[in-house]
Design a protein around this ligand. Structure first.
Ligand code: PMP
Length: 407
């Protein structure tokens, strides 16, 4: 028999598999509310006009080339990306003390970051691996990523399915019980999949707790600007933690806010105490990247650099980003109104309170299965609906279907 004959079939990715089923479905009523990508009001992918302009400039620029980027990526891009996240130099933090490296989007940032943590963060006494606490629920890939990097993946309570709100007491209890010096993963804004973020008062108390325990904070920021339409507002938890002197790392993605999904554009950064520390950390990040993929792709970072260096393009970009956020927000409200109009008596207030790309509806897996089987509405089985997949042409249909399965 073949030497490959004993390989078991791997599990399909839970999210990407649903997209495939959507594509092959022939029902004309079909709706894809599984996608984690923006769609415009006619259901089509959207290239931001500011991004298109930047691409045109790059194409026409005689000095453009396809040379390799350095291992740590395009230094100018990294500087601009860090300023986008942490604020202008000196406002909150001395940017020259932050070790930053370009990565393959947010996933690559988490992966490199996890590798760095597992290698260099001191293990709490008695533990053989560095513990990382990730919220329950969270973006599904977090679990696999941090397991792959040899971290001890543990969960903290995040969501209360009874009230459809943050499980604040569960969160505080679990993070208090984590061994001192653990790594705590926090979604910087627009928690995926729940759309439920702590309030500023809660962030304050979480910060107090994590400071007192000496925990390392790993921010995953995949929705800055995309969540509220205001990139400054969406960065406030990160900046608040940095201003209070936490040990902070940041995984940053430009997939959603710049619509650069397939361009794989992100950064990993570590807030250091002084330039020597920064140089050592950066050297180690590069040693992780080099044997993994050598250097990052350049098209997406060229775009972000071009947009963020030109004030006109930057301001156009902020408008484009705001437009996405406001369409999503309006779909959130329209969905809740449509549910009322078709006769749903449930309280959907949590859906309006949530923020970001998704409505975490509270529907059971069985209800989701019926939505897919009988209505050709494709969503993940946790009841998460991508608001980007909704538009004026399908929202009433979706509301009627949700009402039918939840009535
Ligand atoms: N973190 C979170 C919470 C996400 O939702 C996503 C995208 N779904 C990512 C990271 C990473 O995405 P990407 O690798 O495309 O930047």
């Amino acid at each position: 028999s073949s030497y490959l004959g004993n390989i078991p079939m791997g599990k399909p990715d839970p999210i990407l598999g649903i997209n495939e089923s959507y594509k092959s479905c022939t029902d004309p009523r079909k709706v894809n509310v599984c996608v984690g990508a923006y769609r415009d009001s006619s259901g089509m992918p959207w290239i931001l006009p500011s991004v298109k302009l930047a691409e045109r400039r790059l194409l026409d620029d005689p000095s453009s080339n396809k040379e390799y980027a350095p291992i740590a990526g395009d230094g100018k891009y990294v500087d601009l990306a860090l300023k986008f996240a942490y604020g202008s130099d000196g406002d909150i933090v001395d940017l020259s003390n932050i070790a930053g490296m370009q990565t393959l989007s947010g996933t690559g940032a988490c992966r490199v970051g996890g590798h760095f943590l597992s290698k260099f963060v001191p293990k709490p006494p008695g533990l053989s691996r560095v513990p990382i606490y990730i919220p329950s629920p969270t973006w599904g890939n977090h679990i696999s990523i941090f397991e792959e990097t040899n971290m001890d993946v543990r969960r903290y309570r995040y969501y209360d399915y009874g009230t459809n709100r943050l499980d604040y007491h569960g969160l505080i209890e679990d993070l208090s019980n984590a061994p001192d010096g653990s790594v705590i993963l926090l979604h910087a804004c627009a928690h995926n999949p729940t759309g439920c973020d702590p309030t500023m008062e809660q962030w304050h108390d979480i910060s107090e707790l994590l400071l007192s325990k000496g925990h390392v904070v790993f921010f995953d920021s995949a929705y800055q600007g995309f969540a509220s339409g205001d990139a400054e507002m969406d960065a406030r938890a990160l900046r608040y933690f940095v201003s209070r002197g936490h040990k902070v790392m940041l995984a940053q993605s430009f997939a959603k806010n710049f619509g650069l999904y397939g361009e794989r554009t992100g950064t990993i950064s570590v807030v250091c105490s002084n330039p020597n520390e920064k140089m050592a950390v950066l050297s180690q990040l590069k040693l992780i990247a080099r044997p993994m993929y050598s250097s990052p792709p350049i098209h997406g970072s060229n775009i972000v650099r071009t947009v963020l260096t030109d004030p006109e393009l930057t301001s156009m970009y902020y408008d484009n980003c705001g437009e996405m956020a406001s369409r999503i927000r309006s779909m959130r409200e329209k969905l809740v109104n449509a549910l009322k109009e078709v006769g749903s008596l449930h309280d959907w207030g949590h859906v309006t309170e949530q923020i970001g790309m998704f409505a975490f509806t509270g529907m059971s897996a069985d209800m989701c299965d019926i939505l897919t089987a009988e209505y050709s509405i494709f969503l993940t089985r946790d009841g998460r609906i991508s608001l980007a997949g909704l538009n004026d042409g399908n929202i009433e249909y979706v509301a009627r279907a949700i009402h039918a399965v939840t009535d």
